[in-house]
Design a protein around this ligand. Structure first.
Ligand code: DGY
Length: 319
């Protein structure tokens, strides 16, 4: 019987089918991942790992896992996996594309509106007893309808966000490695080089995968190109943005506000400078956190693991 290590406490109904055909070792705490030290010990004799973006599957871990043949990652993003090292060792890795596209696009668009219209600030203001009466310019924000949205990273999720933006009569600009001619023709989305996108957009949203090339893609130079009224939204990975430069731009009024679902360090420390700014809406990496999407993500991983346990090649392979 093959052995599967599960680094988190996942819902029982998704773990049960694996227990029928494999020896399963699972971390037991609800709100934390298996600590690194323990993980390094536990991988010694496992054939497969089912983990999340919090588990770094790197050279160090692989050196501890001589039998490992399969990693199922509960995310579409896979910057936590050392793809080349996995490939070199003939270890398969799979992720969870498609099933979280709508949930992530909904959240991204919701965060855009929340940031533009100061929803969190307004709710806090009311609860703090500061609402003394209606006044004409109180808590006024930026209009979403009719504005220009610039999307950096036009993959499945970028395209889903762009389609939502059409319902708000927004103009959509995008920047991507490849042109999306079909989307351009069908929906009127327009390609821009990065600098032009930054200069023309009222909203700049980053949705690229996090790689060595996209590390600090948005830094001081890029922020300086944006409009003073621009709103920056990040739903990719925190590392795509230089947070110190973003803090300066927001503090100095070089851009107007930011909505962030991701941070370089997660959980972001509550004393992080960005969290001291009223024009930042911060969320705890919940873009794909709808019940439906999470259940589909579990199912996608389980199917891949069962296929592997059945000595076959799973879908959604990254290696
Ligand atoms: C992903 O899928 O990459 C998200 O960031 C986690 O669900």
């Amino acid at each position: 019987m093959k052995k599967v290590l599960i680094t988190r406490k996942f819902p029982e109904q998704f773990v049960a089918p694996l227990q029928e055909v494999a020896e399963v070792v699972q971390w037991h705490e609800e709100h934390s991942a298996m600590p690194r030290e323990q993980l390094l010990q536990q991988v010694a004799d496992v054939d497969a790992i089912w983990g999340t973006l919090e588990d770094q599957i790197d050279e160090e871990l692989l050196a501890h896992a001589p039998k490992l043949k399969m990693v199922a990652n509960l995310a579409v993003g896979y910057n936590n996996l050392h793809i080349e090292a996995l490939r070199d060792r003939g270890i398969m890795a799979t992720n969870t594309p498609n099933v979280l596209t709508n949930a992530t696009a909904d959240l991204a668009f919701g965060l855009l509106i929340a940031t533009a219209r100061r929803l969190v600030e307004g709710a806090d203001y009311l609860r703090a007893g500061q609402w003394q009466g209606w006044s004409p310019m109180q808590l006024t924000g930026m209009e979403v309808s009719g504005a220009t949205l610039g999307i950096i990273g036009m993959g499945r999720i970028g395209s889903a966000v762009a389609r939502r933006a059409r319902g708000f009569d927004m103009q959509v600009l995008y920047h991507n490695r490849n042109r999306k001619y079909e989307d351009e023709e069908m929906y009127g989305f327009r390609y821009r080089d990065l600098d032009a996108l930054l200069q023309e957009s009222d909203f700049v949203m980053v949705l690229t995968p996090y790689t060595a090339e996209t590390h600090h893609l948005i830094s001081a130079r890029e922020l300086a190109l944006m409009k003073e009224t621009a709103i920056f939204i990040n739903v990719s990975r925190g590392g795509t943005v230089d947070e110190a430069a973003l803090y300066d731009a927001l503090k100095n009024g070089d851009i107007w506000a930011a909505g962030l679902d991701v941070f370089e360090q997660e959980p972001v420390p509550v004393e992080h400078p960005l969290l001291t700014l009223p024009n930042v809406v911060a969320l705890p990496h919940i873009a794909s956190a709808s019940v439906k999407a999470r259940h589909e993500m579990f199912k996608t991983n389980v199917e891949a693991l069962l296929t592997f346990l059945d000595d076959d090649k799973p879908k959604n392979r990254l290696t």
